[in-house]
Design a protein around this ligand. Structure first.
Ligand SMILES: *Cc1c(COP(=O)(O)O)cnc(C)c1O
Length: 387
């Protein structure tokens, strides 16, 4: 067996997978209506939103971004992208497709724009929307969503958080932080196989959508089509616009139940512990990391740099042979210089130690010199301190 330790998809729980393999029910059967209704209610709890409108639609995380862009943006709206890498670039491009005038606040690769830099940009023009990539999966950089959302509120700007690599792993509190839209996909910390776009829209975002003058320029993504359906299922009634992915939604309901049983605070603590243990292990092995400081490094993933003399083509197949599947680089500017480890969702201490052990085995097979056990020991110590 090998462990899938990439930043999504991840390892899934047997009970979640069993829901996918169960006979498919009618999408209007009372049992399915109940499951979908529960999943919508639980989604609000996982996003820590009391009054947000949840959307669950067949598609990947990019569709969730598209839902936000298509429904929120009207031609000529100004959008500010707090850019921390590849997925921030994607959000900017997507918003432009719907007619937004997009400004990026950028930082060097591995860093994040400062609050002052973001505030300077907000002072420079009247924006309607600001997007933040909570964890940019191309760099492993985490944004300070709480501070950024507070700043955007002061300028009357809606905050949209791409939480595809963060929701149900990193602390994200929609209500408390005043986040207007948060979105994710099933295959990351939500811990369900790929196929669901998940989004919660708060009251200010729904109001901007309701006051639109132009129709939504995307038929499938248009909330006008989906809103009555989702409201119906939550009221335990059937509705139809497009056939919902019945099995995936049942699997989602199982996983959301697991997440809420663990508890959001316990879950955030577990991800912090795994994140710092993985980073301590890489540092002990002498590997640098893409995030320029511990403060801006995510808990859901780690982005270590290859040591001198070791390439991804040499290392990653050997780590896989030793039991852990990892991902190569994604950010175009540094693609060949680093790799990515996902430790989110179902990942536990045992998975992390097995992964660090597999990385040690891979490094040793590449001829990299280090004391065997150095990384595993650092991870064990860090996990013990986090208890
Ligand atoms: C994975 C990811 C996406 C894209 O999700 P897909 O399901 O691949 O479309 C977007 N943003 C972030 C931060 C991601 O990690």
């Amino acid at each position: 067996r090998s462990l899938l330790m990439i930043p999504g998809p991840i390892e899934f729980e047997p009970e979640v997978l069993a829901a996918l393999g169960a006979p498919t029910n009618s999408h209007v059967a009372p049992e399915f209506i109940e499951e979908f209704g529960q999943a919508l209610e639980r989604l609000r709890d996982v996003f820590l939103s009391s009054d947000g409108q949840p959307f669950v639609i067949a598609g990947s995380g990019t569709l969730a971004m598209d839902l936000a862009g298509a429904n929120l943006i009207e031609p000529g709206d100004r959008a500010l992208v707090v850019n921390t890498g590849y997925f921030s670039d994607r959000f900017g491009e997507l918003l432009e497709r719907y007619g937004a005038v997009v400004t990026h606040v950028r930082a060097p690769v591995g860093a994040r724009p400062t609050l002052d830099e973001v505030e300077d940009a907000l002072k420079g023009a009247v924006y309607q929307v600001m997007t933040v990539t909570h964890v940019d999966t191309s760099t492993g950089v985490v944004a300070d969503v709480e501070e950024l959302a507070a700043l955007a509120r002061r300028y009357g700007v809606l905050t949209v958080v791409d939480g595809v690599c963060s929701v149900a792993g990193e602390a994200l509190r929609m209500d408390e932080w005043g986040v207007d839209i948060a979105l994710t996909a099933s295959q990351k910390a939500i811990s369900v196989p790929p196929g669901l776009a998940l989004l919660v829209a708060g009251p200010r975002a729904m109001e901007k959508f309701r006051r639109r003058k132009s129709p939504v320029a995307n038929y499938y993504a248009d909330w006008t089509n989906w809103l009555p359906i989702l409201q119906a299922y939550e009221a335990r009634k059937a509705g139809y616009f497009g056939t919902p992915p019945v099995n995936l939604i049942c699997a989602l309901n199982v996983s959301l139940k697991h997440i809420l049983t663990e508890g959001m605070e316990a879950r955030f603590r577990r991800h912090r512990a795994l994140g710092s243990a993985c980073k301590a292990a890489m540092a002990a092995l002498g590997l640098g990391q893409v995030p320029v400081s511990a403060e801006c490094a995510a808990n859901t993933m780690t982005a270590p740099r290859y040591p001198a003399g070791v390439s991804g083509n040499d290392l990653l197949p050997r780590v896989k042979a030793a039991g852990a599947i990892l991902a190569g680089g994604l950010h175009p500017a540094i693609r060949a210089e680093y790799f990515r480890i996902g430790h989110m969702g179902t990942a536990n201490a045992g998975d992390l130690l097995a992964t660090v052990n597999a990385i040690e085995a891979g490094l040793a097979a590449c001829g990299y010199a280090f004391e065997p056990g150095t990384g595993v020991t650092a991870a064990v110590r860090t996990l013990a301190l986090a208890q």
